[in-house]
Design a protein around this ligand. Sequence first.
Ligand SMILES: Cc1cc2nc3c(=O)[nH]c(=O)nc-3n(C[C@H](O)[C@H](O)[C@H](O)COP(=O)(O)OP(=O)(O)OC[C@H]3O[C@@H](n4cnc5c(N)ncnc54)[C@H](O)[C@@H]3O)c2cc1C
Length: 469
Amino acid sequence: MGNPNRCSVIIVGAGISGISAAKVLTENGVDDVVILEATDRIGGRIRKEEFGGVTVELGAGWIAGVGGKQSNPVWELAHQSNLRTILSDYSNARYNIYDHSGKIFPSGIAADSYKKAVDSAIQKLRNQESNVVDDDDDSILSETTPTQKTPIELAIDFVLHDFEMAEVEPISTYVDFGEREYLVADERGYEYLVYKMAESFLDTSEGKILDSRLQLNKVVGEIQQSRNGVLVKTEDGCFYEANYVILSASIGVLQSQLISFLPPLPRWKTEAILNCEVMVYTKIFLKFPYKFWPCGPDKEFFIYAYHRRGYYTFWQHMENAYPGCNILVVTLTNEESKRIEAQTDEETMKEAMEVLRNMFGPEIPDAINILVPRWWNNPFQRGSYTNYPIYVNQQLLRNIKAPVERIFFTGEHTSEKFSGYVHGGYLSGIETSKALLEEIRKENERKTEGQAFLIEKKLNILLYNTVVI
Ligand SMILES: Cc1cc2nc3c(=O)[nH]c(=O)nc-3n(C[C@H](O)[C@H](O)[C@H](O)COP(=O)(O)OP(=O)(O)OC[C@H]3O[C@@H](n4cnc5c(N)ncnc54)[C@H](O)[C@@H]3O)c2cc1C
């Protein structure tokens, strides 16, 4: 009797890359696929939650790269789903920089510091481009800026590197798709796009996916492969057989060794995985009984200049997205993210309130609720997105993406041009499936040739025997 869990392709992960990969396969005649997802939902790092009476985005919030000559495919999906979005204008942030006594820096000083930080960042990039310095050598930067940075310089440095330009320049997303960014502000959430995509090839009813090809709460723990196929084991003791696997788990998950491989992955692959830098990016949401911050579109983003880099630096009010919601968002990254993930939400709220009181005075009300996502400690994410080093080594990217026999890799981290973004995940799923379809075609061709060869051989023997008789 055949294994009921046997199919052509197993897809590990139901984030945007896994779902777009499955869609392409089914549209091309490979519809006996199984998607194994560790959590109880699809969407992965695109994730909404109800907070303070509105829908907030814990993961991806913006459709980045809009308004250029080429259309961003995620922007098109947003249009098809009629997703509500709001244009974000970060340029106003530089005129809303507060010091720790609540004074706003005069626009001249802020503009000068901004220009200085941008110039030094560009200089550093140029030097790295011409290989004058090592990737992590700060000597050039320190030649053009004082070794001891002032709070405003630290704040701008954080915004430029950890918020605005957390990746290789020139940023393909903005070059290819345009410079605008739209914040998703829709009660159905950004994840509605992923659901709509899934709905086009999986059976659904009343907003729920009922198709048995999507299996939720299935944590893949082991992938075995042989010459003829793959065997995937989940932590609940089930196993699934297929001809191929598409693995969309994030680079953080691959680094964590949640999934073991038999035989082990080759060294070129494990080295590439380990060499990838994972960015932790945390949006903390705070709900207040009333507004005490300046409002208006040009006040949407504001910055706290402090002597500790990245300490509750970048703020956003959500009035443009949801008027009257009284919610502030502060973004922390990397070590600061890891630090607050390890402490209680009450401690984080206390720290955030102290910073807000420094900016807006002691009279402001306490927050009535806080939401702290924990992307770093999430075993199925282990970080927010890939942050390839500046002037990334092309071989590293190729190795991250390259299949290992029957295991094909996908996800934002495999996107050469758009790693780190939703559209990177979406396009990588399509690209990986196309590569797999080509491999399936070649394998079928090889089998047909093999069979033809065998038939020919048998015919020859038959003919020879007949002649001899
Ligand atoms: C805080 C934050 C902010 C962001 N902001 C933006 C933004 O504004 N704009 C933008 O474009 N992008 C943003 N991103 C990045 C964007 O969300 C991702 O690039 C994209 O969603 C990644 O999709 P993916 O399919 O590659 O991975 P994922 O969405 O991570 O999908 C992988 C899936 O695999 C599952 N999985 C993992 N391990 C296993 C296992 N062992 N077994 C079974 N299933 C497993 C996971 O549960 C997950 O569902 C942000 C991300 C974060 C976290």
